[in-house]
Design a protein around this ligand. Structure first.
Ligand code: GLA
Length: 525
């Protein structure tokens, strides 16, 4: 008993010493009072949605004149909900029971509408802007992608099940909308698997899907019928990264095929393009993307374009100019299953900071550090297993993506979400940071050893602040007002717990566990 007490005491002393040395700044010994320490177990912090209505998701949406419009109002609250959209522009209507707004706007303009959602307990209203012009993706994309869980086993029924799950889990009510197939939907010539064979193109040269996708149009119709959008993937080379038929010399035809099939999102990779094109100069790197986005612009359908060339040629500096709505900033975050944690800290923090990526993301074009690798993932050995990220690392990934204004695209198994994973994906106050209409990505304002403080300026004048502990033990982190560029008394709210922590002057301190984070919203009184 005595020995145990001694061991505990020593541990506490070590923790205190670590906390004191890690801040390197005035240490607030009362930090623990803020209730902020994260333990590295699966603790659900996100409060469950209440019975009262809450309107969620993006507050602004871009559409081009003449393109089909589809947007489902995202709202939680005891069902049934009744949805209204006030002051809709001519051409659009809102279905009161599904919350789906559809139609076509012909006249460009900024339309200020108001969503009103009601249930037995009352009603809520929230402004919503529709910007009809030449820009899509006015906030980062939210959705699901098949790659990291299904890789080359993806099928039509998997995609439909993913869409169903986006509805049944309630993710759709928090603003998730894209259901995206990654690689492996086209034919793989010479494959040993008969499920992947078939004529790669028809007699006119139009691309075919492989037998696992018997009717792409029926599949996207199904996804749309749920109020969701559908995404597809290809590469500018002759084959995709996994060796399936891709777009080389068929770009125009392939885009018209995607339009005919009803897709809303295209991830355009680089793989195998080096076999047929050059990559020596910037114009070489830009060429395939300029070509594809020019074709996309001519379509009577809005297709969001995601560039996937792993950051070559500092793509963040020109991704938007070549028509990209987002661009991958680094290699595959989950290329090595065991290495996901390492990649998260390298690509998530260092690639972003070293290249000052916050300067380049904004409405219409976002930095894309890859997918949310939480829940069940493929381990690339034929099994689907829980993410190797610790609970704290999972909080860190979602928080960092939100503060950086990165797309929130889950690539774990959406049909098998445990409560913890779902809670990470559906915290509306964290999502609100990601989707803030100002669209200014956050950045690091202070770093001492492995402790970092990040801030993101939000539309209402408040700040989202992330206090990240990249170190190996619990540490006390202080966010100094002087680092955040604010003075005087400020209200501090814990975003994961959705709780006000009080009013603070000059600084806020909290204990943060190994590889964990504390996400705050700081606003003037
Ligand atoms: C590349 C991309 C991944 C995925 C695979 C598919 O590696 O970076 O995101 O699309 O191709 O083969």
């Amino acid at each position: 008993m005595k020995t145990l007490f001694l061991v505990l005491r020593i541990n506490v002393l070590i923790a205190l010493a670590l906390a004191a040395s890690c801040t390197g700044r005035e240490n607030n010994r009362k930090a623990g009072d803020n209730g902020a320490a994260f333990s590295d177990t699966k603790v659900i912090l996100t409060p469950a949605p209440g019975p009262e209505v809450r309107i969620n998701g993006t507050k602004i949406f871009g559409v081009r004149p003449g393109s089909p419009f589809l947007f489902k109002i995202a709202a939680t609250g005891e069902k049934p909900l009744k949805y209204e959209a006030l002051n809709l522009p001519a051409g659009l209507t809102c279905n009161a029971s599904s919350g789906m707004i559809s139609g076509i706007i012909e006249t460009p303009g900024v339309y200020s509408t108001v969503f009103r959602v009601s249930n037995a307990l009352g009603k809520k209203e929230r402004p919503f802007k529709i910007v009809c012009g030449d820009q899509l993706a006015l906030t980062p994309h939210m959705g699901w992608n098949s790659w990291y869980v299904w890789e080359n086993h993806v099928t039509d029924s998997i995609m439909r099940a993913a869409a169903d799950a986006m509805v049944s889990t309630g993710m759709i009510d928090h603003g998730y909308m894209y259901v995206n197939i990654d690689d492996c939907w086209s034919v793989k010539e010479n494959s040993k698997d008969p499920g992947l064979l078939g004529p790669p193109r028809d007699e006119r040269g139009m691309i075919n899907s492989n037998p696992r996708f018997p009717d792409m149009k029926a599949m996207t119709d199904y996804i749309h019928s749920l109020g969701l959008k559908a995404g597809i993937y290809t590469s500018p080379g002759p084959t995709t990264c996994a060796g399936f038929v891709a777009a080389w010399q068929h770009e125009e035809q392939d885009i018209s095929r995607y339009v005919e099939w009803g897709f809303d999102f295209l991830k355009y990779d680089w793989c195998s393009y080096s076999r047929v094109g050059r990559r020596d100069t910037l114009p070489d790197l830009q060429k395939p993307y300029i070509l594809i986005s020019e074709i996309l612009k001519r379509q009577k359908r809005d297709i969001v374009l995601n560039l996937c060339q792993y950051g070559m040629g500092e793509v963040w500096k020109w991704g938007k100019n070549v028509g990209g709505n987002s661009w991958r900033t680094a290699g595959d975050l989950g290329g090595s299953f065991e290495g996901i944690g390492t990649a998260l800290f390298r690509d998530g923090f260092d690639v972003f900071t070293d290249n000052e990526l916050f300067r380049y993301g904004g409405p219409g074009g976002w930095n894309d550090p890859d997918y949310l690798l939480i829940g069940y993932l493929s381990n690339w050995k034929g099994e689907t297993v829980p993410t190797p990220l610790t609970p704290n690392e999972q909080y860190t990934q979602v928080s960092l993506w939100a503060i950086q204004a990165a797309p929130l695209i889950l690539s774990g198994d959406i049909t098998r979400l445990d409560e913890f994973t779902l809670s990470l994906l559906t915290n509306d106050e964290i999502i609100e940071v990601d989707q803030d209409p100002l669209g200014k990505p956050g950045y690091r304002v202070a770093k001492i050893d492995s402790l970092e403080v990040w801030k993101r300026e939000l539309e209402d004048g408040s700040l989202a602040v992330g206090m990240f502990n990249r170190g190996e033990g619990t540490a006390n982190i202080t966010a100094l007002w002087s680092d955040l560029g604010i003075v005087g008394k400020h209200k501090v709210r814990d975003l994961w717990r959705q709780k006000d922590l009080g009013t603070f002057r000059e600084k806020f301190s909290a204990n943060v566990g190994r590889h964990g984070v504390m996400m705050l919203r700081i606003s003037a009184k």
